[in-house]
Design a protein. Structure first.
Length: 306
């Protein structure tokens, strides 16, 4: 049962007050744990950060300029509407582009962050209202939210990359229903977009999550969940992905690494235009032939053996 004594309660309360202000800005859509737990799911856990995606696909400097301008507007609006709120700004390294703000109010804080690289979405966004439990406890709000497939594809990659208990908990609910073909292909988009190598995401070295579980996760969920349950979820996620990746999927991934992607693999026609994919291709093309072939050979062996 959730009550005001929960250490995260006031943070979520502040976050829900901020959501309508975010909703005024059409170029942003909500993603991540807040979108999952406060909108798509009926508040199985609390979420205290606002992760946004810049939806338009535009040239980099134009995009970063608009992200910066809109975050400044959000910052100003928050200070106008939430009496006593203070906001700090964080800028992209060696630039004047604002990409993160943190709101402080009555001993609570909420971070709002926009990725400068992961811009655009695979599927259309939509306006959604918060779930019934969220509304009952924290009040009504609505926002522009990324699609189910974008949301959970990104979360799958995050869970394999960070292995944070929050991400694994969110995936636990997904795995109950399995992974559809469209979700799998959207996962492939986020997989090839990620700054970590494809091999490290698909075949992760498992880390010890016990300390972070007790220090930074305990108390976030409405129903109790054990450390062992989340470790089992991590195992099941890797196993499920490997079981679902077929020869067509593996061929596309390998051809992407070779610089010969067949974009007709996807059901949507703009995937090749996504900035994160272009950036990944740019970095692949900078590699020496020997280094690139070594990576491709290693991945091919993994695909063959597992």
């Amino acid at each position: 049962m959730l009550d005001r004594s929960n250490p995260y309660f006031k943070q979520v309360e502040l976050l829900v007050k901020i959501l309508p202000i975010i909703g005024e800005i059409s170029v942003f859509a909500l993603k991540g744990g807040t979108a999952i737990n406060l909108f798509y799911q009926n508040l199985p856990r609390l979420s205290v950060d606002i992760d946004l995606v810049y939806v338009p696909i535009k040239e980099r400097n134009q995009s970063l300029s608009e992200i910066s301008e809109q975050l400044k507007i959000i910052s100003q609006r928050i200070q106008q509407i939430i009496r006593g709120a203070k906001v700090t700004h964080s800028y992209l390294s060696k630039s004047n582009y604002l990409t993160k703000i943190v709101i402080f109010h009555e001993n609570s804080n909420v971070k709002i962050e926009v990725s400068p690289v992961l811009r655009g979405t695979v599927h259309p966004t939509s306006i959604r209202k918060v779930s019934d439990s969220t509304e009952d406890i924290f009040g009504f709000a609505k926002a522009n939210i990324v699609s189910f497939h974008d949301l959970y594809a990104g979360k799958m990659v995050a869970a394999l990359d960070r292995q944070h208990p929050r991400d694994l908990f969110d995936i636990k609910y997904l795995l109950k229903n399995g992974i559809s073909e469209e979700l799998k292909k959207t996962f492939v988009v986020y997989l090839i977009s990620h700054n970590r190598s494809i091999r490290e995401i698909l075949y992760p070295n498992f880390i010890d999550i016990e300390e972070i579980f007790f220090k930074h996760f305990s108390g976030m969920t409405i129903d109790k969940v054990s450390l062992d349950e989340l470790i089992n979820t991590r195992d099941k996620l890797v196993e499920t992905i490997h079981r679902n990746l077929n020869d067509e999927d593996k061929t596309f991934i390998l051809n992407f690494k070779k610089g010969e992607p067949n974009w007709s693999y996807f059901s949507v026609d703009h995937v090749y235009m996504l900035p994160a994919i272009k950036w990944k291709q740019y970095n692949l093309n900078k590699m020496g032939i020997k280094e690139r072939n070594k990576i491709i050979d290693s991945l091919e062996k993994d695909f063959t053996n597992k």
